[in-house]
Design a binder for this molecule. Structure first.
Ligand code: 5RP
Ligand code: FE2
Length: 227
């Protein structure tokens, strides 16, 4: 099978220097990031707290790159509008964010944004079948959500390949998130992932030149291993 969606590298600013977020976003954009991955954590759905729509709105003027917003919050519906207004382009909710997944995805699209569904490592893929016409992106977590810098869980690549087959020719991005490196990107690309989130692996080195090298290396690993 041939995958037609272009490879997108989405640095997660979770691994950047929070004391200079605007600068980090400008640097990683100049270094070649396609999307900026924004991890929103509520201390309830996941055992960590990050940042919310006000911070994202302040970051929006710093880049024209797509804002790929990963909401790890539950319940999620009451916050969707504020993330849309903050300038998020893709808004991804977890399958378990509740209470009504279909309604949440519909709400994202009604706000004029692209809708994504995120699956935890233990979440089966079947739920995607029920909402396949409601999504523009499927995010497969390759770590348990809540923290950057964790080890890639290899068993999720089988699920990725199954979702890739389910997506077929539909215009849906297949994104992988967690522990993505130049090594693990190979298996992700082989399984059909075209959007690769990387936090630690992009921001290591701390300079724009390092970010460019890191992004290029992940992109090369993915582009040379497509199904
Ligand atoms: O959603 C996330 C964690 O819940 C992050 O996007 C993810 O962990 C990226 O960080 P790293 O590449 O360092 O694993
Ligand atoms: Fe994420």
């Amino acid at each position: 099978m041939t995958s037609h969606r272009p490879i997108k590298i989405a640095p997660s600013i979770l691994a950047s220097d929070y004391s200079k977020l605007g600068q980090e976003i400008r640097d990683v954009t100049e270094a070649g990031a396609d999307w900026i991955h924004l991890d929103v954590m509520d201390g309830h759905f996941v055992p960590n707290i990050s940042y919310g729509p006000d911070v994202i709105a302040k970051l929006r003027p710093h880049t024209d790159a797509v804002f790929d917003c990963h909401l790890m919050i539950s319940p999620v519906d009451m916050y969707l509008e504020s993330f849309a207004k903050a300038g998020c382009d893709i808004i991804t909710v977890h399958a378990e964010a509740g209470p009504h997944l279909h309604r949440s995805l519909q709400a994202v699209r009604n706000l004029g944004k692209k809708a994504g569904i995120a699956l935890n490592p233990a979440t089966p893929m079947n739920i995607v079948e029920q909402v396949i016409d409601m999504v523009d992106l499927v995010l497969v977590m390759s770590v348990n959500p809540g923290f950057g810098g964790q080890k890639f869980i290899h068993s999720v690549t089988d699920k990725m390949a199954d979702i890739h087959a389910l997506i077929g020719e539909r215009p849906i991005d297949l994104e992988v998130d967690g522990g993505v490196t130049t090594e693990t990107a190979v298996d992700c690309a082989k399984a059909g992932a075209n959007a690769l989130v990387a936090g630690s692996a992009v921001f290591k080195g701390g300079t724009i030149d390092a970010y460019r090298d890191n992004i290029n290396a992940i992109r090369k690993a993915a582009e040379t291993n497509r199904p």
